[in-house]
Write a protein that binds this ligand. Structure first.
Ligand code: NAD
Length: 256
């Protein structure tokens, strides 16, 4: 197996969008550094095995993206094991639906820590590694949401976090452009994964796959592989003149 192939990291890669993105980037030819929480070990190992069985390369790193030492270990470990780092997909995120007047500070902080602090740490440590290794076409890719472009009832902390990812992505694009590193984010509408079935999503946010299909022009929910397809393009060399963008992929739910 060639050691000169490009290397990508995906956080939250054990399931859902992260898994679909990891499998797609591996198919595209990337060697994959895979992260998720320690309690997802079996699922993440399965993703790695699928990649290696299909002739790819993968290394797993269990850790919490809100902890700087875990992100540092992920970035250093991936670069050491797989021979570099070209793409960081800061995908991990959580949602805790609650009515605005009832949301606790602890839940607001937890949601923002995973998405906002996690994305900041992943972008910063990945960019430092890319610059140190002389990579001049690096890619930082974040997970925003349609909830990062418009408010949703019952998702205050989630909206705050997903709006913030657009800000971090734009700030990173501004700073890192001179190094040839781009920063972009994907903003999915409703995709069929575990996050949309968390407790309170129907009760407080009134969100379900069917509700979403009813209101968007394409009249269906999205699939993880469709998000992976956008990330595949953003990770590729062909996206090299796009930076600072958060691209909606939501069946037409948000048109501007
Ligand atoms: P998911 O719940 O299926 O997967 C999220 C993964 O992130 C899980 O494997 C989880 O263990 C991991 N994770 C959570 N906290 C972590 C932490 N601190 N450190 C490392 N890993 C952690 O959800 P998903 O739908 O696959 O979501 C992926 C991303 O896409 C999230 O950022 C989410 O906000 C975003 N998103 C999803 C949708 C959707 O409809 N599914 C829509 C818009 C945006």
């Amino acid at each position: 197996m060639s050691l000169s192939r490009r290397v990508a990291i995906v956080t939250g890669a054990a399931q859902g969008l992260g898994k679909a993105i990891a499998l797609r980037l591996a198919r595209d030819g990337f060697a994959m550094g895979l992260n998720d929480l320690p309690n997802k070990q079996d699922a993440l190992d399965d993703v790695a095995q699928t990649i290696t069985k299909n002739g790819g390369r993968a290394a797993t790193f269990f850790g919490d993206v809100t902890k700087e030492k875990d992100v540092q270990a992920l970035v250093d470990g991936t670069a050491d094991a797989l021979g570099g780092l070209h793409v960081m997909v800061a995908n991990a995120g959580i949602a805790v639906p609650a009515p605005f007047l009832d949301e606790s500070l602890a839940s607001f902080d937890r949601v923002n820590n995973v998405s906002v602090t996690g994305t900041f740490l992943c972008y910063q440590h990945a960019a430092r590694k890319m610059i140190a290794q002389g990579i001049t076409d690096g890619r930082l890719i974040g997970a925003s949401s349609v909830a990062g472009k418009q408010p949703f009832l019952g998702l205050t902390s989630y909206c705050a976090a997903k709006f913030a990812i657009r800000g971090i992505t734009q700030a990173a694009a501004l700073s890192l452009g001179p190094h040839g590193i781009t920063a972009n984010a994907y903003a999915p509408g409703l995709i069929d994964t575990a996050i949309i079935n968390v407790e309170g999503m129907r009760e407080h946010a009134n969100l379900s796959l069917q509700n979403w299909a009813d209101v968007v022009p394409l009249k269906r929910h999205g699939e993880p592989e469709e998000i992976a397809s956008l990330v595949s393009f953003l990770a590729s060399k062909e996206s090299g003149y796009i930076t600072g963008q958060t691209i909606s992929i939501d069946g037409g739910g948000r048109m501007s």
